[in-house]
Design a protein around this ligand. Structure first.
Ligand SMILES: Nc1ncnc2c1ncn2[C@@H]1O[C@H](COP(=O)(O)OP(=O)(O)OP(=O)(O)O)[C@@H](O)[C@H]1O
Length: 262
C-alpha cells in the first residue's frame, strides 16, 4: 500500500539575465526563483494496482517518483510505502521496490549485462535460488539470452531497456516505478515492454506506477490515471473517464490540459 499525504517539494533555482555584465553581477548578488514542483500531493495506491501518472513536461511526475523511491526528501508531507518511509528507511526499503528511469541507466556501462546483474545480486543480497529463478524467468520473458554477454554501451535503446527492466526485478520487488520506460522505443520494442509489464502484474501482482507521455502505454496498461499539473493532482479516475467521447486518448488529454489551463 502506498499512502502519500500533502507532499511538497520546492526547488530554489539561480536565475540571471544573459550577457557578461550580468554574469559578473551574479558573482556578487545572486537572484533565486522558487519552483513548486510538488504542491500538496495526496493519493493512495493499493497492492497490485497499475496506475498511470501523467502530466505535461515539468508537471512534477519525476519529482514524485524520486520521493516515492527514496532518492529525494520532500520539504513537507508524509509518504508511507509498505509501512516504510522511503527516504528514511532506505536500506530495507530498496528491497521492496524496483525503479526504471527511461532516461538513465542502472547498468554498468562497460561490463557485460550479466556482470551488472551479478553485482546487483550482491548489492541486494539476493539468495542464489531466487537469483537463478528470476534470471531464468526474466531472460525468457524479455528475450535476453543474446544480450547478457554484451556490454551495456553496445546495446540498442530497446535492448538496453529490456535489460534495465530485468535489472530492476532481480530481487522480486512488490512495487515497480517506471519513469518513461518506452521513451524512444520503436513500435515492436514498445509492445514487448508493455506485454511484459502486463504479464508481471498478472503473475506476481506487482504494483506498477508508470509515468509516460505515451497514451497508448496508459490505455494498454493501466486501469487508473492520476493526472498532475503544476505540482497538484488534478484528476484521479479511469482511462474511460478521461477519454469520454474523445476520438483518442491523446485528444482527450489535450482537451483536459486545455480545460484545466495547465
Ligand atoms: N533538481 C532540480 N532543480 C531545480 N528544479 C528542478 C529540479 N528537478 C526538477 N525541477 C523542476 O521541477 C519541476 C517539476 O519537474 P519534474 O522533473 O518533476 O517534471 P516532470 O513532470 O517529470 O517533467 P517531464 O515530463 O518533462 O519529465 C520542473 O519545473 C523542473 O524544472
Amino acid at each position: 500500500m502506498i499512502t502519500v499525504q500533502n507532499l511538497c517539494k520546492t526547488y530554489k533555482v539561480a536565475r540571471r539575465k544573459a550577457g557578461m555584465r550580468e554574469a559578473c553581477r551574479s558573482l556578487f548578488r545572486r537572484e533565486y526563483e522558487e519552483i513548486h514542483a510538488l504542491d500538496h500531493i495526496s493519493f493512495q495506491i493499493g497492492d497490485g494496482e497499475m496506475v498511470g501518472y501523467i502530466g505535461k513536461n515539468g508537471a512534477g511526475k519525476s519529482s514524485t517518483i524520486k520521493v516515492l523511491s527514496g532518492i529525494l526528501t520532500p520539504d513537507e508531507g508524509t509518504c508511507v510505502v509498505n509501512g516504510k518511509i522511503p527516504w528514511k528507511d532506505r536500506i530495507s526499503y530498496v528491497k521492496d521496490i524496483g525503479v526504471v528511469f527511461g532516461q538513465r541507466s542502472q547498468l554498468w556501462w562497460d561490463v557485460p549485462v550479466i556482470d551488472s546483474f551479478e553485482l546487483l545480486r550482491d548489492i541486494y543480497s539476493i539468495s542464489q535460488a531466487m537469483y537463478k529463478n528470476n534470471l531464468e524467468e526474466l531472460t525468457e520473458l524479455l528475450n535476453l539470452s543474446e544480450l547478457l554477454k554484451t556490454p551495456a554501451r553496445q546495446l540498442s535503446l530497446g535492448q538496453r531497456m529490456r535489460c534495465e527492466i530485468a535489472a530492476s526485478l532481480l530481487h522480486s520487488p512488490s512495487i515497480l516505478f517506471l519513469d518513461e520506460p518506452t521513451i524512444g522505443l520503436d513500435a515492436v520494442s514498445k509492445l514487448a515492454v508493455r506485454d511484459f509489464i502486463k504479464q508481471l502484474n498478472q503473475d506476481h501482482k506487482t504494483t506498477v506506477i508508470l509515468t509516460t507521455h505515451d497514451m497508448q502505454d496508459i490505455e494498454a496498461l493501466t486501469n487508473r490515471i492520476l493526472l498532475i499539473g503544476k505540482g497538484r493532482i488534478l484528476m484521479d479516475g479511469s482511462p474511460e473517464e478521461l477519454k469520454q467521447d474523445a476520438a483518442s486518448m491523446d485528444e482527450a488529454v489535450v482537451k483536459l490540459y486545455r480545460s484545466l489551463e495547465i
